[in-house]
Write a protein of this length. Sequence first.
Length: 326
Amino acid sequence: MSKEKKDILVTGSAGFIGSHLVDTLIESGVNVIAIDNFCNFYSPEIKRANCSKHFHADNCTVYEMDLLDYESLEGVFRNHNISHIVHLAAMAGVRPSLENPRLYDQVNNHSTINLLDLSRKYKVSKFVFASSSSVYGSRSNVPFREDEDISKPISPYAATKVAGEAMVHAITYASPEMSSVCLRFFTVYGPRQRPDLAIHKFSNLIYQDKAIPVYGDGSFQRDFTYIEDILDGVLKAIDYDKSEFEIFNLGESQTYSVTTLITLLEEKLNKKAIIDYQDKVVGDVPITFADISKAKELLGYNPQTKLEDGLDKFIEWFLEKNKILS
């Protein structure tokens, strides 16, 4: 990341990706404004552990705040000369969004609009929006390119990310002082990964000799992206200044089936998985596969961590976290 003076607001700062990003930004010496509402989508205590160091850093100010509270959020903009925003906060998950689409619409869409409106008002220079591979919907033509039609998302979560990208573009177009980047993340994993996501969830269940729910026949494929590679892409997006608005895929550009993932976890945990095959879930896509040629060319993005190596790092953290490291 460049050394120019930055005051960077990070939303979702206590989450998996957000806490790692704030750690990195603190170490780089920039001023960080960290916002999280510590909601109970998963344990708030996990989030507080993720960001425990943030409260003690001289160059980081932490706010426990709901992004839907426009007046309180504007107070943050008044108190800080914010130059850059990385908007990671969102209600996440395809399956939960099918059960409560109104909540996903309210939280994801309205929080993004609030931030964009204040960014325009307070002349923020760069807005980085965390989108998702889910926007591509169900398709068989791979790998996914940024210029493909995304007008048919198949889950409310994905629809909020499509809407978010559109709103980022609209406000950027109307704000000549601001540029923006939308980053489509592909299945991010690593230490601190949310406990409901596959790698963490499967590891827990294998270790406890409990059954792993596999939706479908295990052939679904995912492009797993290690956290350090995602952070590299985010930092490069913060500095990107070649155009007013861009969309980039951030993935590893390799796919692995759910069955292969489980086999790798069995090997690394030295335990056999118990598989509970269940019906496919509406909204789940059969494959995610990132074409990262644009991010490589324009951002200099170059992921380094293959799944086997990233899983080694994750399992080391997982065992230590559970105090079962031999």
